[in-house]
Write a protein that binds this ligand. Structure first.
Ligand code: NAD
Ligand code: UDP
Ligand code: UDP
Length: 336
């Protein structure tokens, strides 16, 4: 005969589980510029629990202050070049200094972060079965001979230059991602990020948009590095975060370019900042650094077709938003 078992008593553990988030997400480098905006967006979804690991080399707790103490949020001081044991479903692996001043400051550490750091995060992804997204860079194209850059272009990179710790480091990180994917079946995503700007960038980190805005606010000359005709394409950070989440949630490993195809020379950028922020300011030319790429512009056909993504914020709309943030932090209000 058939015996009907009574339903199991809900155990305290099961009850606890009921309150747990559906998705536990690790963000390495989450105290940095892009990482902290990504955390803001992920935390808006009540089903997400977010763990940030960061060594605060270029990031700061201040960028995450609105989440410290939140029950779905955890912040761990940790260097990704050391092994990490956590249980997560997804990993956004951003940890790596992004500004030339900082990544050249300790180049050996930069390459360790890219290689050993990425290896550790892949080992973690393998152990717990997590999907992992790497924020690679347009620097993998080096000083590109193909313009605009498509993902199929292999790049023109100096392996022994002063930028190599960063660009060759990211190239090895991409290789590791694909080898773990092929050899161990890890679910990977690779974003090739093009120059990104917005609130919370380090004020004195030497990148061109942060330099020009800080200079314009402080009434200092805008320093265009020679020749000034070199180009970049600037993506506002909210668009970037949207692209990264779409890539993570979608079905394509990548690499996928995420960036804004609007291309500007550094002289044009300086003139735009001058017009929008401080029409009185002087524009001067200064020496450049070695191996500076002459042109850079993403071909975003893949992101459009595979992720349904394209940037929405134009440079002229994004610069004033960044100006507001910089004025607050520099405590210099607008004249008149
Ligand atoms: P960022 O410097 O603001 O953030 C990087 C974060 O990583 C910082 O919080 C830093 O403290 C942390 N970090 C560095 N080394 C670490 C280590 N060994 N262990 C733990 N944490 C470490 O830079 P960002 O602009 O937010 O860049 C984030 C990611 O996006 C980086 O991987 C960068 O290479 C990539 N990227 C950025 C841009 C851009 O224009 N901002 C362009 C291309 C690629
Ligand atoms: N690793 C880690 N966290 C984990 C699992 C692995 O940090 O949860 C690190 C581990 O210390 C190793 C790296 O990831 O250095 C690669 O791990 P994998 O298991 O792929 O390689 P192995 O340990 O066999 O060399
Ligand atoms: N640049 C500039 N003035 C500055 C800082 C940078 O003209 O004060 C130029 C630099 O030569 C380069 C471009 O701006 O051609 C972008 O430099 P950044 O360091 O912002 O980013 P990346 O070189 O990594 O694209």
């Amino acid at each position: 005969h058939v015996t009907t078992k009574p339903p199991p008593e809900p155990s305290p553990l099961r009850n606890a589980k009921f309150f747990q988030a559906n998705m536990r997400i690790l963000v390495t480098g989450g105290a940095g510029f892009i990482g902290s905006h990504l955390v803001d967006r992920l935390m808006q979804n009540e089903k997400n629990e977010v763990i940030v690991v960061d060594n605060y080399f270029t990031g700061s707790k201040d960028n995450l202050k609105q989440w410290i103490g939140h029950p779905r949020f955890e912040l761990i001081r940790h260097d990704v070049t050391e092994p990490l044991l956590v249980e997560v479903d997804q990993i956004y692996h951003l940890a790596c200094p992004a500004s030339p001043i900082f990544y050249k400051y300790n180049p050996v550490k930069t390459i360790k972060t890219n290689v050993i750091g990425t290896l550790n995060m892949l080992g973690l992804a393998k152990r717990v079965g997590a999907r992992i997204l790497l924020t690679s860079t347009s620097e993998v194209y080096g000083d590109p001979l193909v313009h605009p850059q498509t993902e199929s272009y292999w790049g023109n990179v100096n392996p022994i230059g002063v930028r190599s710790c960063y660009d060759e480091g990211k190239r090895v990180a991409e290789t590791l991602m694909f080898d773990y994917h092929r050899q161990h079946g890890i679910e990977i995503r690779i974003a090739r990020i093009f120059n990104t700007y917005g609130p919370r960038m380090n004020i004195d980190d030497g990148r061109v948009v942060s330099n020009f805005i800080a200079q314009a606010i402080r009434d200092e000359p805008l320093t265009v590095q020679l020749p000034g005709t070199q180009t970049r394409s600037f993506c506002y950070v909210s668009d970037m975060v949207d692209g990264l989440i779409r890539l993570m949630e979608g079905e394509h490993t990548g690499p996928v370019n995420i960036g804004n195809p609007g291309e500007f020379t550094m002289i044009e950028l300086a003139e735009t900042v001058k017009e929008l922020i401080n029409p009185e300011v002087e524009i001067i030319t200064v020496e450049n650094t070695p191996d500076d790429p002459r042109q850079r512009k993403p071909d975003i056909t893949k992101a459009k077709e595979l992720l349904g993504w394209e940037p929405k914020v134009k440079l002229r709309e994004g610069l004033p938003l960044m100006e507001d943030d910089f004025r607050k932090r520099l405590e210099i209000s607008r004249k008149n």
